[in-house]
Design a protein around this ligand. Structure first.
Ligand code: WTA
Length: 702
């Protein structure tokens, strides 16, 4: 890595060129054994999915689904860039994930739920049982008066009731919006308001790191927040972690809160026919952070999304119905939607659902689960890999599991962590696919095809079939591969997994993802609408992409996207705070963590109490994952003469890097004061060249 650079070099080296100084990593080859059993072994697949075969190549994906009525048009571009896939078809996601497997796989496990307490027994749910439970809940939803197109919000932990309720919604065409269970009640409430949800599904409690969390308390806050924002919530439907028993302390509100298990008594054994829905009807919303403080609801449609996650689960995750697959992500994020629920189930997978923290009660837990259940496909994020490595570097050796395939997703993985994953976790037997993508894209963009391509640590690989990336510089000129230059990675063409729009905000959709490189807003030709992914990337001569991180004001904390504006607004809810600025800092385990700078209102003395209130505000407004590493009370923010806060300068200080030229600031003296506050008297800044691209670029567009 750039660590080997001499300080003298760095003055001439631009951020973009730094990329070229990264050591090229050696390739690792998939084993013959893996290749022999893989679902996709035909390297011709990339020719079949070439740009000149677009969009018809994606018929192959649609063919993996069962249709009630066939589609007429593969891709309708008449309302560009709001792409419509497989238009004219009628389909149901719940049918494709459950009903169609009953004959062949009815008695096979769909899910194996592993509770966090190790003494508690696994719960195996066969496809037949899944069918029964989804039907009952669908009957309940119908009984509540819900119908296709309505939105329902979930704020649920990692329990089987979550996918069951999702699939019940999908059966009727109800649009579900799951808010990550670790988010606060307020965050849930504001998303309920944005989506116009009148119903909230939650759970009384769940296990996290050895504690039974009172989760129902968040529902009360969510309802209150939604109401303050103008959205009435009619009913709160509470699943019980232990059916028949209430495991939270927060009282139920009479007339508003109901136990799902009580209501279900009226629907036992009921069947609900899956509704044949138009291909392009929305399936779900997934809220995600962006440049502004307001999270955006990425809207995914049924047929395009489902075909994409089905095909990529089959070819890239290499899921066979006989495999035991475990994705350790949370269903509350897009990874869980695509690669725990919809993709694997559409492939009749047996999938492990783990409730808790990977390191509870110790760093051997995942490997014990893998050994006991015979897991052979393992899917996780770099943060978990780093954590497990730190706490138990040799733990995997103690357990007799064998993975054929492993995935990493969510953040760039440094080659060193990659190698531990390969050598220790994968025991040098398993292939690794580093899958790069995002909430907006539904499924994988950059990845190797595991039986076809060699792996290269730290690079996600080339692209998935039918995905044609391009790297543009700021002016829209293509950055050629092998040039060592970084740029903004875009996808030239639409693909079935791409989101349909931002819920209720068409303009923001165009502005965020297309405006930068679209030259003709009237064009109906997809070639005029490259999709801006939001990441910086560099493409090596071999065509492999290395992802450098976000180019917008998003901090990727342990693989979770947090908008810096969201964090700053949370800080500003503390009455003493006049100004707040947040910056990303490098963290050994979590990749990036937010660090907060605040300036107080006149007359307010600095105190630990204020700092505590800022931390609490972040936990309440967003959730514990937004907890800042440090909160610094500064005498003033470094500002330009026009009064803009220079976040770039603060980011350099937090990351112990040279702040560069600050003489043009309105208040240059404050920079040194802040530096001493953060780093101490001695100047501890290190070479600029080591700064990762996302942090180097951070706050530059001000
Ligand atoms: C980052 C998660 C490097 C990236 C699926 C992206 C990655 C953001 C990778 C999306 C990877 C995701 N290598 N970076 N393999 N996968 N990212 O929406 O910055 O939660 O833009 O989706 O995570 O995060 P999101």
């Amino acid at each position: 890595m750039a660590k080997t650079m001499k300080p003298t070099e760095q003055t001439e080296v631009s951020e973009a060129q730094i990329a070229v100084h990264w050591k090229e990593e050696a390739y690792y080859q998939p084993s013959e054994q893996f290749k022999a059993q893989a679902n996709m072994r035909d390297s011709q697949v990339f020719a079949r999915f070439g740009l000149d075969e677009f969009p018809d190549c994606f018929r192959e994906y649609a063919d993996m689904l069962t249709w009630f009525e066939p589609y007429r048009t593969v891709l309708d571009t008449s309302d560009a860039p709001f792409w419509k896939w497989f238009v004219g078809g009628k389909i149901n996601a719940s049918y494709n994930c459950v009903d169609r497997h009953l004959t062949k796989y009815g008695s096979k496990a769909a899910f194996i739920f592993v509770p966090e307490p190790e003494a508690e027994r696994d719960v195996v749910i066969t496809y037949r049982e899944l069918y029964d439970r989804v039907n009952e809940v669908a009957a309940l939803l119908r009984g509540l008066g819900l119908k296709a197109g309505d939105r329902v919000t979930f704020h649920m932990p990692m329990v089987p009731e979550l996918p069951i309720t999702m699939l019940a919604c999908a059966r009727l065409g109800i649009i579900h919006s799951q808010v990550f269970g670790g988010f606060s009640g307020q965050a849930c409430g504001s998303r309920m308001q944005d989506s116009g949800s009148r119903f909230l599904f939650t759970m009384d409690s769940y296990w996290r790191n050895g504690t039974l969390v009172d989760h129902k308390a968040n529902a009360d806050i969510a309802v209150k927040t939604a109401k303050e924002l103008g959205q009435d919530v009619d009913k709160v439907l509470v699943w019980q972690r232990y059916p028949g028993k209430y495991s939270a302390k927060t009282p139920m509100v009479s007339g508003r809160d109901f136990f799902v298990n009580d209501l279900l008594k009226d629907y036992k054994g009921k069947n609900v026919d899956p509704v044949p829905l138009p291909s392009e009807a929305p399936l779900f919303l997934m809220y995600s952070s962006g440049t502004t403080g307001k999270p955006k609801g990425a809207q995914h449609g049924i047929a395009g999304y489902l075909s994409y996650v089905t095909a990529t689960s089959k070819w890239i995750l290499d899921i066979h119905p006989e495999d035991i697959y475990w994705c350790m992500a949370d269903i509350g994020w897009i990874t869980g939607h695509s690669y725990i629920v919809y993709g694997p189930l559409a492939n009749a997978a047996t999938s492990v659902l783990y409730e808790g923290v990977p390191t509870f009660p110790d760093a051997g837990r995942p490997w014990r689960i893998a050994e006991r259940l015979g897991v052979n496909i393992f899917h996780t994020a770099p943060t978990a890999i780093r954590m497990l490595r730190k706490l138990g570097p040799q733990e995997p050796r103690k357990y007799k599991y064998h993975f054929k395939s492993m995935t990493t997703v969510g953040e760039p993985i440094e080659p060193e962590a990659w190698r531990w994953y390969y050598d220790e976790v994968g025991k040098q037997e398993a292939v690794i696919t580093d899958t790069w993508w995002m909430t907006e894209t539904g499924g994988f963009l950059g990845t190797t095809m595991p039986a076809i391509h060699a792996m290269k640590p730290g690079s996600c690989g080339p692209a998935a079939p039918g995905i044609h990336p391009v790297i543009y510089d700021e002016t829209g000129v293509e950055v050629p591969k092998g040039s060592g230059k970084a740029g903004n990675i875009c996808i030239r063409n639409p693909w079935p997994g791409i989101m349909q729009t931002i819920w209720g905000d068409r303009d923001r959709y165009i502005k965020t993802y297309f405006a930068k490189y679209n030259k003709n807003p009237r064009s109906k030709d997809w070639r005029d609408w490259p999709f801006l992914c939001g990441d910086g990337a560099v493409q090596a001569a071999d065509g492999y992409y290395r992802i450098l991180g976000r180019i917008d004001d998003v901090i990727n904390v342990a693989g979770h996207r947090l908008g810096t504006k969201e964090i700053e607004s949370a800080c500003l809810t503390v009455p003493e705070i006049a100004e707040a600025a947040v910056v990303p800092v490098q963290d050994e385990v979590k990749g990036r963590v937010p660090e907060v700078y605040v300036a107080l209102k006149p007359g307010v003395p600095p105190s630990q109490a204020v700092i505590d209130r800022v931390i609490k505000a972040n936990e309440e407004v967003i959730g514990k994952i937004a907890r800042p590493k440090h909160v610094y009370i500064v005498p003033d923010m470094p500002k330009t003469r026009s009064g803009k806060i220079m976040r770039r300068v603060l980011a350099a200080i937090s990351n112990r890097r040279d702040v560069g030229d600050v003489t043009t600031l309105a208040n240059p003296d404050v920079v040194e004061q802040i530096r001493i506050m953060v780093q101490g008297k001695e100047n501890t800044t290190t070479a600029q060249g080591e700064l990762p691209e996302d942090i180097a670029k951070y706050g530059q567009v001000e």
